[in-house]
Design a protein around this ligand. Structure first.
Ligand code: ADP
Ligand code: MG
Length: 553
């Protein structure tokens, strides 16, 4: 019998059951890494990379990104965490944990020789049923008064924040986040909410500006003579330099008469004075530019009681434009009143060791800025990430306006429903759907584990409560304060329904994807080809002509 050679020598292939099991193991291992971060009592991870920068985070997506996973199957989990982060903003740990648990539950079946397609089919059915159930259980917050709605949204934000470093001040920040989101209305641009970080001070010193705030920019002499506070000022936004230009290139000017020399020098000055006059004539009291405003201009404005700031970051300038209602100008010719913005109060304020330019009471009101204070850099950065989660959640809740009880309540209820449903199905599928239902229990179980409670005990209580015929136990979840169970609705542990729906959907898809892989082929050539290319490039770079491509004459 001649041997059939299919793949190149050195190709590494592994296939079949062993491969599938190894993938499942890898995914479970990743799940175990993020497991401990779930919930209000979850721990944080400190990750420090080869560049020596240190990140402390509780956010599933951030951790997954920084872990730098190389296992091909486990990488899928990084993707679903990322997608959950961009789709809904929260629930990133949940989605990873669910995917890992679905696969863990599938493992014994795979070992017993069940074909993955059967598992996949049942998992998909279970996921559809679960999502329908979540939708059915969700409670709408539509039709409430603004004040009431704000209160409810703050509850959602507080639930998100309770698992974070700043959880201790969750009410304080939740209100701030809701106010910020309400301020921008239904505008979709997330960057309208600015978050500025100022190290130092107390978390409680953080504050919300109903407008724009940014750090004082670099300034020249004369700046201190400018007024630092205006009521209802006109604001001029520029994208031009207001600086005296010295000739950079070796320009050559031929003069026949020495008296002409002065006119050339004057021309420079005239140009800039002309520009400055036009700014002043526009009636603006605050002049902001994305480019430099030099010392001459600074002094000139100071003499005329005008405030100016140069080199304002583009993002900040755009936000001022959106909030104050102005348009950024690229020329000072013909400034019409319509392009000037305005706000109720402009002032320069000291915040910790920094000075801030603050524009509040902006007419279009479509921006908000949160100025964050706090100790270490890592702390403020994690606080920023947490606020980002909360902002996303509130925005989602505003849009979809349905919430479900958190603390594992919704997971237990859906799990119960699936178990009940599975009894009506004949055949092996019953077992698979049952396993899927069991996997959903990982959320309450992990919440208990992380808080140091007896998970078996709490879960038994929860199962009993949820099994009640009257259905009154449907919103019972883990009580993180006492170690027992409590009504999550009554305790205001609320999550937007989309968080759960998206998590279940994404986790199921990831699990099915991994179950459907039965062979991994690693082509040795693809790796060494890359190596060659790199070596070749290096050889050429050194000019040594050692690269293989060089000798082709
Ligand atoms: P994720 O990255 O998935 O959002 P978190 O660490 O934020 O993970 O934890 C979210 C989980 O914690 C949710 O299941 C939520 O219901 C639960 N949770 C949040 N606050 C509470 C609370 N006060 N009591 C009980 N469970 C809570
Ligand atoms: Mg969260």
């Amino acid at each position: 019998q001649p041997q059939i050679i299919l793949l190149k020598e050195g190709t590494d292939t592994s296939q079949g059951k062993a491969q599938l099991l190894s993938n499942i193991n890898a995914v479970t291992a990743v799940g175990d890494v993020v497991r401990t971060t779930l919930g209000p009592r979850g721990m944080d991870k400190l990750i420090h990379d080869d560049k020596g920068s240190v990140t402390i985070s509780n956010d599933g997506a951030t951790i997954m990104k920084l872990l730098d996973i190389v296992h091909p199957a486990a990488k899928i989990l990084v993707d679903i965490a990322k997608s959950q982060d961009s789709e809904v903003g929260d629930g990133t740990t949940t989605v990873v944990l669910l995917a890992a648990e679905f696969l863990k539950e599938a493992k014994p079946f795979v070992e017993d020789g069940v074909h993955s397609q059967n598992l996949i089919r049942s998992y998909r059915t279970a996921s559809t049923l679960a999502i329908e159930k979540v939708k059915e259980l969700a409670v709408s917050i539509e039709g409430k008064s603004v004040e009431e709605k704000k209160g409810l949204l703050a509850k959602c934000a507080a639930t998100t924040l309770s698992s974070k470093l700043i959880g201790g001040e969750k009410e304080f920040f939740a209100t701030m986040v809701v106010d910020a989101v309400m301020a921008i209305g239904d505008d979709d641009r997330l960057n309208l909410i600015g978050i500025k970080k100022v190290p130092g001070g107390n978390m409680r010193d953080s504050f919300l500006v109903d407008g724009v705030a940014f750090k004082k920019t670099f300034s020249y002499a004369g700046f201190e003579q400018q007024p630092k506070k205006f009521l209802n000022p006109k604001i001029l936004l520029l994208n031009i330099e207001l600086e005296l230009k010295s000739e950079k290139e070796n320009a050559e000017i031929r003069l026949s008469d020495p008296s002409q020399y002065q006119s050339i020098v004057d021309a420079e000055w005239n140009i800039i004075y002309d520009k400055l006059d036009k700014c002043v004539e526009s009636g603006a009291k605050v002049v902001l530019s994305r480019l430099a405003i030099g010392d001459l201009a600074t002094q000139y404005f100071a003499d005329r009681d005008i405030f100016c700031a140069g080199r304002v970051a583009e993002e900040d300038l755009n936000r001022v434009a959106a909030a104050a209602g102005g348009t950024v100008q690229t020329s000072v010719n013909n400034i019409i009143p319509e392009v000037l913005g305005t706000c109720e109060i402009f002032e320069e304020k000291q915040v910790g060791g920094e000075r801030f330019n603050i524009f509040s009471g902006c007419p279009s009101g479509r921006t908000a800025t949160i100025v964050l204070r706090g100790g270490a850099d890592q702390f403020i950065e994690e606080a920023e990430r947490s606020l980002h989660d909360a902002i996303m959640i509130v925005r989602r809740a505003v849009k979809n306006s349905t919430v479900v009880p958190g603390g594992g309540a919704i997971d237990m209820e859906v799990s119960k429903y699936l178990r009940q449903h599975s009894r009506t199905i004949a055949g092996k599928s019953q077992l698979f759907i049952n396993s899927y239902a069991k996997a959903l229990e990982v959320i309450p179980r992990q919440l208990c584990d992380n808080a140091g409670f007896d998970a078996t005990d709490v879960l038994n209580k929860l199962r009993q409560k949820h099994a009640m015929q009257s259905g009154e136990g449907a919103s019972y979840g883990v009580d993180i304060n006492t170690g027992g169970i409590a009504d999550s609705y009554a305790n205001f542990v609320w999550e937007p329904a989309v968080v759960k729906i998206n998590a279940i959907n994404a986790a199921t898809e990831a699990a099915c994807l991994i179950l459907s892989v039965d062979e991994t082929v690693k082509n040795p050539k693809s790796e060494s080809a890359q190596g060659d290319a790199a070596a070749g490039a290096m050889g050429r770079g050194r000019g040594g002509g050692r690269g293989r491509g060089m000798r082709r004459r």
